[in-house]
Structure formats: structure tokens, C-alpha cells
Design a protein around this ligand. Structure first.
Ligand SMILES: *[C@@H]1O[C@H](CO)[C@@H](O)[C@H](O)[C@H]1NC(C)=O
Ligand SMILES: *[C@@H]1O[C@H](CO)[C@@H](O)[C@H](O)[C@H]1NC(C)=O
Ligand SMILES: *[C@@H]1O[C@H](CO)[C@@H](O)[C@H](O)[C@H]1NC(C)=O
Ligand SMILES: *[C@@H]1O[C@H](CO)[C@@H](O)[C@H](O)[C@H]1NC(C)=O
Ligand SMILES: *[C@@H]1O[C@H](CO)[C@@H](O)[C@H](O)[C@H]1NC(C)=O
Length: 690
């Protein structure tokens, strides 16, 4: 049957001959609970737990228990909201050892498993005319897998339920059922679950599992074509006709999830072309839609490079998760570098410091957060950049809480032979895990990174092993000291970016010095963005905040309008030699990072730049026009401070360059942009899609 299908679909015999095997991932994740956040990162997850994420189950109708069962609401328990919430709160609860959240997620799991119907269906579409669409369950599956990793005693029940569901899903796919527009764009998330079953609990069903993967792929969006040079949109898409007949293939969140499709496909086709296509997908996205924050612009649909276009919060957390997965399968440093940039810039920037309010869309240049007229977002509402409970659509309220927890659970990996431990993301962590041959390894990473350049790593191991540490592409002149040895330079592997350190039995101490240079990124209209290490630096616009709505069920859940109460119309001198980096925490052994860290005046790091006031008009009443080219200074050049983007809620991050400044002094940018030609629109029929 599979052979016939493969022939029909044009797969060659290679896929079949592999006897339903999957290609291995280069690196494997650790079970939930083995990696814990420490230091400021633990504090950050505590802030999330004390904020909206940790409390929404108490009052927010889309996930509070009273609504799990009421299958009428589109957002009821397994159709979107509950599923997203569960995926995020399983790791959040475990990483913070929060017994209330852990009980809630356990209760949710029990409820879903107990209500699996005789056909194998999981979800509220039982005894109803409602169509059964597959997608809503996929984030729930991710949550259930994490729970099994943490509590192995749940394995049999969860794996039984999943195998039953797979048999049903396979029949549905054969009958052309279950694939609505969301299942058609997000098929890869089910493929990942099928691959988890195949890797760890196949129960002799390898053929059915692979057959279901193949059917899912061919039931949905052909991501290798969407992300091809031929079809990929090189600018905003609102006036283009989607050639795939499914406009949602240009939807920012679907694409963020879709990044996983090609590496997942590779695992069952074993075809290098899928790896090459995955590689290209990442590069095209950030070349044509990338932001200095690390994320890309899609205010619903792909939105190009202009600094006032929006980036959806769901997109940020999904692209972070996908980037982690791409690294695990392919092992290319660029994925990890970008995940870190998104995590330390785009994610915190779009949440209030106390994490009770979130935007739907963030802007790279954002001079206000308020209802906007006219509206700069062609396919989202004018209220999309207000900070609150559920501006524009509720999906990001229930989905954003996966951001920090999944970053943490993907921060350390093991090599595919489970003999080596990989320290992928840099930040403060505590790890305890067992490598091959019962090698119990404990790692403690003390650091202020990304608000500091030094990492102290303490390792105890029962046996010798190879420890790998990522060296991001932005490190210049770094060094390492192991125990009392000589200071050495860093020589990482060119592809994976990993430095190898042989760890002996017993105690090992590693001190890393990871300095970086100030880097200028060229942006549209001759503007520039300023980076150092993983952080983008922005001008923090002094702001007023006004509560414009308050949820009657929870007084902390407020909608905040923000407006500028100081000048922001500055142009910079683009010469990095005129810029200087400062870190208050340096040389202060007693320094403690403040909490919450992502707010005005909190991070210890800043960059002083030469700037002058210029004329820079608003467009409409509350968003800014494109940065003016070669503006004249209205007054003297003075020094202003730029601070981490993630700590700003109103900001300028793409700056005009003032007229006298010498363009030849600019250093080349080390990121994705750097294409001098104007983005060319593809010759699709330029009419508004339906
Ligand atoms: C690999 O993919 C390419 C491009 O999609 C295709 O032409 C080729 O037949 C595939 N090869 C195998 C062995 O599946
Ligand atoms: C987790 O919390 C429980 C109480 O809820 C406590 O008994 C246990 O020691 C905690 N574990 C850790 C690792 O802090
Ligand atoms: C799309 O069309 C509208 C209406 O003609 C126009 O105002 C807008 O600038 C166009 N957008 C792009 C990105 O071309
Ligand atoms: C990804 O593509 C780039 C540019 O096309 C190429 O230089 C690089 O070698 C590719 N990486 C991998 C891992 O194939
Ligand atoms: C690393 O250890 C050194 C020596 O004990 C100490 O002075 C320094 O503050 C530590 N740095 C961090 C980031 O913990």
C-alpha cells in the first residue's frame, strides 16, 4: 500500500527500501526536568508564573476548567486554547516545581485521556455534527510527550491513546477527512509526534507511522515550494496572489511552525534535498522579512522589512521552537544563534515587564502602543500593539507561555550516541542528567549572559565524557580556562559552532570569556540597527501608561495604552568607533540583576552613541514614517544611551544616519541583511486575494 502510494506521489524507492526507518537527529533533547533555569532566568520564569501565564487558568474563560467541556466554543479544550495552554504550562509547571500548575496540567491530561471515544478520537467533537479537524490536538500531543518524559509512569496510558488516535487519523487521511486549512498548514507538528512514537514507542507500528507521516505531508502545504527561490515573496504580500491557493501558507505563525516541516520530512525521505530546502527556508525568511530583534515581520501575513510593520507574538515563540528543532536535526550554528536573539530581544519586548500584558504585534520602531488610525497593519486590527489580555486575537495569550520554558528545555542536548552533552543556549542553568553508561553528570552555569560576557561552568561527572559548548558567531577574541590550566582561545567546529572539552571524572571548572564587538546592521532607507552579542540595542522612548480596560475577573489583567512623553526623533552617527559599550555589573562582585529585568533602566548593559535631533514625522496619528534618509541635524550632536531592545516597550531600533556621517566607515553587517538590491516583487497577479 505504502509502495503504491509512494509511487503515486513520486517518491523514489529509496524511501521505501529504508524499511520505515527514520534518519537520526544529530542531537537529542533531554527529558523535561533535567534542565532547570538558574539565576536571572529562573527569576524570569518566576515572573511569568506570577503573571498571566501562571494565573489564566483561574479566570480566563478559554482555559478555565468550566469551558473544557463546553464543546461549542471554537477555543474549547482541544481545538486551540486548551491545547496551546497545556503545551506551555506542562514545562512551566515542572521547571518552577509549581504544584498548583502541575495539578492543573495533570487534571487536563486525565480529562482528555478519559474522554477518548471508542473510535480513538481525542477532543470534544463527539456526539455532535461538528467536523473533526486534526490540528487542534497537535500542541496537546507536545504537552503529553513532555509529561511522559517527566513522569515515565504515564507512558503506557499516553502511548496507548496516541497509537489509537494514529490508527483513526490514518483512516481519516485515506478518506480525505480531517484536513481543514489549519491541518493543511501545520501537518508537521503531527509528524513530530509520530516520529517521537517511532523513536521511543513504536510497538511494531513503524509502517503505519511512516505511512501517516507521508500522507500528512501530501495532504498539506508543500513547504519546499513555498520556501523556494521561485515562489518565496520578497516583500509584503497583501497585494499578491498566493500561487498555492492557500493564503495561509504566507501566514507568519504557520510559516514559523512550517520551518519544522522540511527537517521532519528529511527523517522519512532521507533526502538531502529536504535539508537543503530547510536551510534555504531560514535564509529566505530573514533576508526578506527579518528584524533586528531576531524575528521576522508578519502582521498576519508576511510583511517585509519596514520598521512599523508587525511581528506576531505567536510567531516569535513558534519560530524559537522550530529553530531549536532545526538545530537538533541539522546542527547548523545559525539556527541556535537566531533562537537566542529572538529569545533575548523579540520575546521580552512584546510583554510587559510583569508579564501580565502582551501585544499581538510588536514593531521594531514603535513610538506608541494604542489604537491606531490609520492602521499600519493591513490584515490585523488597529488595536494589535496594545499591551493587554487578548488584543486582536486570543491565540497569543494561550500560546506565548511556551516561549521561555521551551527555550530552557532545549538549552542542553545530547549527541545521538548519548555520550556527549551539548550546552547550546547561553544563560544560567542547572542540569542533572545521565549519559550513556550510567554517567551521572551535573552542570551548573553561573552567568549574567546576555547581560554579561563571562560564564562559570561547574561540572561533576561519574565518568569522563565530551562536553560541547556553543560559541556564537558574534564572539570576538573569546577565551576559555579549564580548572587551573592556561587560558586558551576558542576553536569551535565551523558548522555546529561547538567547542569540545574533554571532561574527566569528578569535578571540572570551566571559565569562559565571551566578548563581542558592536555591530552595525544596514536596514532599509539607509537606516541602521545596533547590536552587541545577541542583543539588539534600541532607544527607550520615555512613556506614559494608561489603563484602558480591566478584566472584571482579575484586576491584574489590564489593557495598557502607552504614549511617548519625550523626544525620540534622533539620527545617529553610523561609525561604530563613536559608540561605546558599558556594563555596570562589570567589576562589581556584589552586583545582582534587578527583577523583573526586561523594563526601562533595568539591564546593566548599554551603548552610548552620538546622536542629533532631526525632523521625523508621524504617519497617521501614532506610528512613525520610514527613517528619513540623510537628515540634517537640528542641533548639536550629543550622546544618548541605547539599551537592550527587550527592555523597551516604546522604542526606535532602526535609526536614520545623520548627514555628515561617513558611510564608508560602516562595518559590514554580520547578520542576514546586506542585499543591496531592492527586493523584487514576484510576478504574481497583483490583485488583493479573496
Ligand atoms: C529527493 O528530492 C528531490 C527533489 O524533491 C527529488 O527530485 C528526488 O527524487 C528525491 N530523491 C529521493 C531519493 O527521494
Ligand atoms: C518541589 O515542591 C515540593 C512541594 O510541592 C517539594 O516537596 C519538593 O522538595 C520540591 N522539589 C524541588 C526540587 O524543589
Ligand atoms: C497595496 O495596495 C494598496 C492599495 O493600492 C497600497 O496602498 C499599498 O501601498 C500596497 N502595498 C504594497 C506593499 O505594495
Ligand atoms: C546553507 O545554505 C548556504 C547558502 O546557500 C550554504 O552556504 C550553506 O553551506 C548551507 N548549509 C548547509 C548546512 O547545507
Ligand atoms: C566567576 O568566578 C569568578 C571567580 O570565582 C568570580 O569572580 C566571578 O564573579 C564569577 N562570574 C560569574 C558570572 O558568576
Amino acid at each position: 500500500m505504502l509502495r503504491a502510494l509512494c509511487a503515486l506521489l513520486g517518491l523514489t524507492s529509496a524511501a521505501i527500501a529504508a524499511k520505515f526507518e527514520l534518519s537520526p537527529k544529530k542531537f537529542l533533547t533531554l527529558p523535561l526536568g533535567d534542565i532547570k533555569p538558574a539565576g536571572w532566568l529562573h527569576d524570569q520564569l518566576q515572573v511569568q508564573t506570577d503573571g498571566l501565564a501562571g494565573h489564566m487558568h483561574e479566570f480566563y474563560d478559554l482555559v478555565s476548567k468550566s469551558d473544557w467541556i463546553g464543546g461549542d466554543s471554537y477555543y474549547s479544550y482541544l481545538e486551540e486554547a486548551g491545547s496551546y495552554w497545556f503545551n506551555a504550562m506542562v514545562p512551566n509547571g515542572v521547571l518552577m516545581n509549581n504544584s498548583i500548575i502541575n495539578e492543573k496540567t495533570q487534571e487536563f491530561l486525565e480529562y482528555v485521556l478519559e474522554n477518548q471515544d471508542a473510535t480513538g478520537w481525542l477532543g470534544p467533537e463527539v456526539d455532535t455534527e461538528k467536523p473533526r479537524c486534526l490540528w487542534g490536538r497537535y500542541p496537546f500531543f507536545f504537552g503529553a510527550i513532555q509529561m511522559v518524559e517527566y513522569k515515565p509512569e504515564l507512558t503506557a496510558r499516553v502511548v496507548d491513546a496516541l497509537h489509537k488516535f494514529v490508527k483513526l487519523a490514518n483512516r481519516m487521511l485515506r478518506n480525505g477527512e480531517g484536513v481543514d486549512k489549519w491541518a493543511a498548514t501545520r501537518w508537521e507538528d503531527f509528524v513530530l509526534t509520530l516520529q517521537w512514537l517511532h523513536d521511543f514507542h513504536p510497538r511494531g507500528e513503524e509502517e503505519l507511522l511512516v505511512d501517516t507521516m507521508v500522507r500528512l505531508k501530501w495532504s498539506g502545504v508543500p513547504w519546499e515550494e513555498v520556501f523556494s527561490e521561485e515562489y518565496f515573496p520578497t516583500g509584503p504580500v497583501e497585494n499578491l496572489t498566493n500561487p498555492f491557493g492557500l493564503e495561509l501558507s504566507w501566514h507568519g505563525v504557520n510559516m514559523a511552525e512550517g520551518f519544522k516541516a522540511l527537517p521532519a520530512t528529511y527523517r522519512f525521505t532521507h533526502n538531502q534535498s529536504d535539508i537543503d530546502a530547510a536551510n534555504l527556508s531560514w535564509d529566505l525568511m530573514f533576508k526578506y522579512h527579518g528584524r533586528p530583534s531576531g524575528a521576522y515581520a508578519a502582521d498576519e501575513m508576511l510583511a517585509g522589512l519596514e520598521a512599523v510593520r508587525g511581528t506576531e507574538l505567536c510567531l516569535v515563540v513558534e519560530a524559537m521552537f522550530s529553530g531549536s528543532y532545526l538545530y537538533q536535526v541539522i546542527g547548523d550554528l545559525k539556527y541556535a544563534d537566531r533562537v537566542e536573539r529572538m529569545t533575548y530581544n523579540a520575546l521580552p519586548a512584546t510583554l510587559t515587564a510583569n508579564m501580565w500584558g502582551r501585544q499581538y504585534l510588536q514593531q521594531q520602531n514603535q513610538v506608541a502602543a494604542q489604537n491606531m488610525s490609520p492602521n499600519p497593519f493591513p490584515e490585523d486590527g488597529p488595536y494589535s500593539n496594545v499591551f493587554g489580555l487578548e488584543p486582536n486575537y486570543p491565540c497569543c495569550t494561550v500560546n506565548f507561555p511556551q516561549g521561555w520554558p521551551k527555550f530552557i528545555t532545549n538549552a542542553f542536548l545530547v549527541t545521538s550516541d548519548k555520550k556527549g552533552l551539548v550546552q547550546l543556549y547561553l544563560g544560567p542553568f542547572e542540569v542533572q542528567t545521565t549519559l550513556n553508561e550510567d554517567n551521572l553528570v551535573k552542570v551548573s552555569v553561573e552567568t549574567f549572559y546576555p547581560f554579561g560576557d563571562n560564564l562559570n561552568i561547574t561540572i561533576t561527572a561519574t565518568k569522563s565524557y565530551m562536553h560541547y559548548i556553543r560559541v556564537p558567531s558574534w564572539i570576538v577574541g573569546g577565551s576559555m580556562t579549564v580548572n587551573d590550566g592556561e587560558k586558551t582561545g576558542l576553536v569551535p567546529d565551523e558548522v555546529t559552532g561547538l567547542l569540545s572539552v574533554t571532561i574527566g571524572k569528578g569535578l571540572t571548572k570551566i571559565a569562559l570569556h565571551y566578548p563581542a564587538k558592536i555591530v552595525i546592521e544596514e536596514r532599509p532607507h539607509g537606516s541602521i540597527a545596533v547590536h552587541r552579542g545577541p542583543l539588539n540595542y534600541a532607544f527607550d522612548i520615555p512613556r506614559s501608561e494608561k489603563i484602558i480596560a480591566q478584566d472584571p475577573r482579575e484586576p491584574h489583567a489590564v489593557d495598557l495604552q502607552m504614549g511617548p512623553i519625550g523626544a525620540w526623533e534622533y539620527a545617529l552617527d553610523a561609525d561604530p568607533a563613536t559608540m561605546s559599550f558599558h556594563n555596570e555589573a562589570e567589576n562589581d562582585d556584589h552586583y545582582k540583576l534587578p527583577s523583573p529585568i526586561f523594563d526601562s533602566g533595568k539591564p546593566s548593559v548599554s551603548i552610548a552613541v552620538s546622536a542629533c535631533s532631526i525632523e521625523w514625522p508621524l504617519a497617521g496619528d501614532m506610528f512613525v514614517t520610514s527613517p528619513p534618509e540623510n537628515p540634517e541635524c537640528l542641533g548639536d550632536v550629543k550622546t544618548i544611551q541605547l539599551v537592550p531592545f527587550g527592555a523597551t516597550k516604546l522604542r526606535i531600533s532602526e535609526f536614520p544616519v545623520f548627514a555628515h556621517s561617513e558611510p564608508s566607515l560602516r562595518v559590514g553587517n554580520s547578520y542576514q541583511i546586506g542585499d543591496d538590491s531592492e527586493p523584487v516583487q514576484k510576478p504574481f497577479n497583483p490583485t488583493k486575494p479573496n
